[in-house]
Design a protein around this ligand. Sequence first.
Ligand SMILES: [Zn+2]
Length: 412
Amino acid sequence: MERKDDGVCELVVPEDAREDFDGADTVRFAIDESTVADSTATEQLTLSSPLFDWTVARLQQMGNVVHAAPTGQPVSVRQLTSRLFDAYTVEDGNVRLGGCTLEDQPLLRYTYRIRSMSNQTGCRLAHVYASPEGRPFDDSLLSALRVDDLAPIEGKPPRVSGEDTRRWAATGKERAPIVSHDERAELLVVTVVWCKYFHCKLLFEINETRADLSFDGWAQLLVDRGIEPPPFQCPDTGRRSYRLLVMDDGRITVPEAIAACEQSGRQVLESDLVTCAASGQRVLPEFLQKCPVSEDRVLPSAMVTCPTCRQNVSPSCLTGDRCQACRTMTTIRADDPRMARVLGEHPRLDRWSRWRLAETDSSYILTATSMLRGLLLVLDKESLEATHLATGSRFGRRWVEVPREQRAEYLS
Ligand SMILES: [Zn+2]
């Protein structure tokens, strides 16, 4: 096709196609009405003019499926890399591509000529877009993919089977736009628009350590900043950032994931810290002790001593002069295996009766009576060694510790 100076275009019809063009060897046409007025041999090209009809007929003979791609879309991985790399700052390290592929993904554009039945010159074109699976496309995505500026694909289109092509062409009726009662929609052509979609894997390297991040999306959107590479997510803490660094132990993380241990001051991952149940301090686990009663993890300095059993416990389980264990003693029979073990180890305890017991993570707390006296005994659960021994009156709760050198009178 040739454009002449006066605004008229001239189409030289190939010999083998002349039959489709009513035998014409050249067609002169113009889009502008005033240009046409000067020359009767020039056709004004409209949606219902002969040239348009001939062209559509010819297209339909060819199977009415054509392949095209947005003009100027990114076609090489190199066009994406700066957008990928610039997003990240890697302290003392670098980011590079672990892999990136660009694939052509089809979206289908169905083009209809909509004729008005009452007005023969009233014609318009309508495009309907759908995925090959028939899902509609969001208008903003279509404009971001620049589907309004297409160029036909020269040569072989991306890999597609004849069966797919036939199926896509056949669904034209289902996709037809809704028109008013005196209009008819006629499918002219199905354009397969091939848009570049990328899959990439970024590698972050600091010293000997590596971390990676995969993501994918439309190449055009990445280049146009319609999408951003995702922030790196610290695998231990879940914190996200575009800044990466490495810990002393070789773990790659982000600054937002780092916190100071409130006991040692060491900079560690916040997920490595544990909260002291009593003080609320965030510290490394090695600084905490487990409360034998509540099993809370507590700083030793925040523990309190139960005035009754003399165990160090979390303040939360102490009420008055008794911890949770001392408050929940229950009667125990002499043939209970735990009692049998205690009596086996300390036969002299046999003269006491009305045994009650509470069990903590580390100890047995026992009370018993004999005549008018009461006994309070705390034993290490494993060794059955006494950690505390006290006596008192049978009915009171005032206990007087038995000096260590007198314990043998009660035990063994
Ligand atoms: Zn206690």
